[in-house]
Design a protein around this ligand. Sequence first.
Ligand code: AMP
Length: 446
Amino acid sequence: MTEALSAPRGTRDIVGEEAIAFAEIEEAATALFAHYGYSEIIAPIFESAELFTQSVGDDTDIVKKEMYVFEDRKARKLALRPEGTAGVVRAYIERSLGEGPGGVTRLWYNGPMFRYERPQAGRYRQFVQLGCELFGSSSPAADIEVIDIATRLLHRLGVAVEARLNHLGCRNCKRDYAAELAGYLKGHMDALCPDCRDRLARNPLRVLDCKVETCRRITASAPRIRHCDSCQGEFAAVKKGLDRIGVPYRSDPTLVRGLGYYTGTVFEMISSELGAQDAVLGGGRYDELVESMGGKPTPAVGFAVGVDRLAQLICMRQDKAWASSPVPYIFVIAPSSPHGSPRTLSDSQLEAIWFVHALRRIFEKKSRTEGAAPEWIAHEVSGRSLKAGLKLADKLRASFVAIIGEDEAANGTVLLRHMANGRQEQIAVRGIDEEELANKLDEWCR
Ligand code: AMP
């Protein structure tokens, strides 16, 4: 295939068990967020480029090197969103979402993000993040709530991760620390990568986030932040709350996040099963962002989980039976007649269309009202002979086969066959309503 017709570098098609894992994640998140009172927000995938420059920070890798920026036909400078928080904050301000009862707004989102990164396993140029934002509370209780949700979500999906926790300090702690860190880094100027030399001049804290090995070695022995009494108290309160509800974490003074807007608590969850790209989830407090983007001063905290990496972990789980190909429950065959035209329908094919439709309505209702798992009612639509149809049903491991041949169509019956034990019976279906049919099937398929 020519390059133009292949999926663009860093993107992929999510199919099979991975697609099932994506759906499982969305289902678990939808249920969990409902318990915690979060409403879903579906924000645009592209926004004005300036939104991200202002919020994520023009000195971050994400904005400087990784953003997909383009002009539309009216020369507006737009960007594919590289992360979710900026758009949610924009919507929070623009739609006055903070004016609800109680002054606290809880939102969650799920959707694709775009970063022009060097692709490798677990790192893509289009990837999905699912996250939440809690606006309007500066209490450690809010930090504890979102860390608890993150932990619960991963636990519910059977994924084991380790949570790392840090506190970036308030403006004053940060200012003093930046000066101390800059002093230390200047002593190692020659060994820093060119980007970090630039960061050192603009925002020395960013150097702590550099992935280049020589820079990492230098920052490993860099001085650590010294929190003021208030920050110390806040960090202790977050940890105390997490201890009280049994959420495990590890304090990690080297943890800084790659986005510019964080203040106070930051956290990350990593998995030892993922290789180089081991971060599954990241989040933290961003108390100055809403105001810096033109809103009222509003403390906030949130996280984003990488759905692609989470799906990868789910696919590694032991209980993979759920993810195998779908198996038909009833496989309906109306064998083609050797004389019929493939472009018209025989009487038996028409009866099969009615029968399949009735079965699907019955089983769809069953799963809606009784919570039964959805069953695949398969329809052989490619005009196979009876022999070839049965062979396919067997290969697909169908539980039952329903055959509607010329005789069945003529006398208003269907031949049901139990594939495992070969038991078969002709049941009358002409003129019966769906309820009666459902009862017959219940009896027969038991
Ligand atoms: P961040 O927005 O950088 O804090 O990332 C939050 C989470 O999104 C990470 O922990 C990853 O799981 C996921 N993530 C970030 N970048 C990528 C990427 N390029 N490809 C796949 N997942 C990513």
